[in-house]
Design a protein around this ligand. Structure first.
Ligand code: ZN
Length: 276
């Protein structure tokens, strides 16, 4: 039976409470939400923080408070974003890695036009510094791929020793400015990565279900949650992130897989705290 890692991305930096009032914003809300997702079957939580106005922030204090609250409740694997605010400095994008030493952190493998209205900077110097900071702090990069060129960039950094094998990829399809959320694109991207890699995928918005199902069919892992998609059905807002996790668990079981526990996810991804 294949073990599938369900990552939940409960918040992200973009959707507002007007888009979906159930999105968790404060450290307490995020921790409570993550705990519910853990109980429902999520093995990894990919976390962004929001400031008191609800905007994306790289605030070290918010990360610290949220991580401490989650660790009181459960042993879910934590994946902290390094891209929570388009205006953050390189340093503030990395400060929490040294302080909190999460098991995973996002590594966005290239600069792109974001949503046709801004620029998502991941400069060569930042990617070098980030790769080395992650290695120093024992944080495994989750290499996020928004377009095909980013896979080639990851192969370059692998060769340079900035990234180390086996790489774990997260294919993010359907962000305006990046590659579209189609099954053909997912197959194409998956064929570009080194064979020893692990990978997960998500489609943004209406691309969510097709990419979720294709990732399962191709033997990948999956990500769900309101960072990527606020609707549980066409025109129906999700009541909670746990609702997405529950649906993911149901589909994985019906397709003869089983959701990985946090300990199993640690083993699959080769994380430092094996089983703990
Ligand atoms: Zn994110």
């Amino acid at each position: 039976m294949s073990k599938v890692i369900i990552t939940v991305a409960p918040t992200g930096a973009w959707p507002s409470k007007k888009d979906n009032p159930a999105i968790p914003f404060t450290p307490k809300e995020i921790a409570q939400d993550v705990h519910e997702c853990y109980k429902a079957g999520a093995a990894v939580a990919h976390l962004h923080m929001r400031d008191d106005q609800g905007l994306g922030t790289m605030s070290l204090e918010k990360f610290q408070e949220t991580v401490a609250l989650i660790k009181e409740k459960c042993d879910i694997v934590l994946n902290l974003t390094t891209s929570g605010d388009l205006n953050a400095t390189d340093e503030s994008r990395m400060a929490h890695l040294a302080k909190l030493k999460p098991e995973l952190g996002s590594y966005d493998c290239g600069t792109m036009n974001w949503n046709h209205n801004s620029v998502f900077y991941n400069t060569p110097s930042f990617l070098e510094k980030l790769g080395l900071a992650m290695r120093e702090n024992d944080v495994k990069p989750e290499v996020e791929i928004f377009d095909a060129g980013m896979v080639y960039t990851s192969l370059y950094y692998l060769k340079q020793g900035v990234l180390t094998a086996p790489i774990h990829y997260q294919f993010v399809l359907g962000v305006p400015g990046g590659i579209g959320a189609t099954v053909q694109n997912l197959v194409f991207l998956q064929n570009l990565i080194p064979p020893d890699s692990t990978w997960s995928a998500l489609g943004v918005g209406k691309g969510h279900m097709p990419i979720f199902l294709a990732a399962l069919a191709l033997g990948g892992h999956v990500r769900v949650g309101m960072e990527d998609n606020i609707f549980i059905d066409k025109g129906v807002l999700a009541k909670s992130n746990a609702q997405f996790v529950e649906r993911a668990v149901r589909i994985i079981k019906e397709t003869n897989g089983s959701p990985a526990t946090p300990a199993e996810a640690r083993s699959i991804l080769g994380l430092k705290k094996l089983g703990g």
